[in-house]
Design a protein around this ligand. Sequence first.
Ligand code: NCD
Length: 324
Amino acid sequence: MAIRLEVTPKITTNFKSRHILSLDQFTPVSLRKLFETTDRIIKLLKRKSPLEILKRSVITLLFFEPSTRTFGSFSSAIKRLGGQTIDLLDPEKTTSFVKGESLKDTMQVLGTYSDIIIIRHPEKGFVQKAAAVSPVPVISGGEGAGEHPTQALYDTFTLYQKFGKLSHLKGLVLGDALYSRSIHSFIKALSLFPKDVIYLFSPPGLEISYDFERKLHGKIKLVRITRENEIPEDCNFWYTNRIQKERFKSRSVYEKALKDFPVITPELLAKKGNRDMIILDPLPRVGNIDIRVDSDPRSLYLTKQLENGVYIRMALVSLILGKI
Ligand code: NCD
């Protein structure tokens, strides 16, 4: 069966009935539409009356990997809109996958019970396979070391809120750029806009792959650095993500990388930061940001960035269901 993403055009302003699998589907126009809708949702939430945009809608959360924020914020987003969820956590133990039911049958069943299926899975390509046999739209909640599109949608929304643009930005990306799906989608999102520059600071062996970089076709300038001294002092943002422990095949490689992992500390900020920058992390934070940085007003990872995860997901599901 043909995989729909490959044969359908990019999303412009019409999100209705579309799968959300990769940042490759997005354009500056679709991001603007999503951000405008998110601003509308934020305004609607200030009213006293409960929202009924998703009244009578049911959305399935099919999560094969652990999740706090993606599961929690989608669930919160749907419920704040008056919708309901079917929560299938650890489905390889808790659903008929155990009995050998095929993916096609599973999607047919869940697509009969619900209007969207949100999937997180450890294998790159799985969500696309599921979308190809799904009777309803599928949203990726992150797959393997591939992509995490909805994460990038709210990371870039947070940048946009601060700077009013997504072009001409200079940023530092710290951490596991080889395995972090959040970093992959984030870089793809920024590559949609002109004149952004990203400095990449990863431990040896966890640099972004040349294959990934080649597929960006030079649309964004990536500068690989290996020492703190090379961090420019005029970055608009620092974006970090933890070492993706679960993706390592060898414990010794993991331990070595952990030792060399760049950590955001108040000292590093004092040396290389500036007043107007912001600090983002998709979280969980696992040793990659010193907790003393949390109270710094430039740190948005436990405040604005998190909130935006709910708002962007509210806008996204409403648009896909044609309810807003
Ligand atoms: C990210 C993920 O699952 O890829 N988490 C998230 O959804 N906020 C980042 C991570 O696990 O490090």
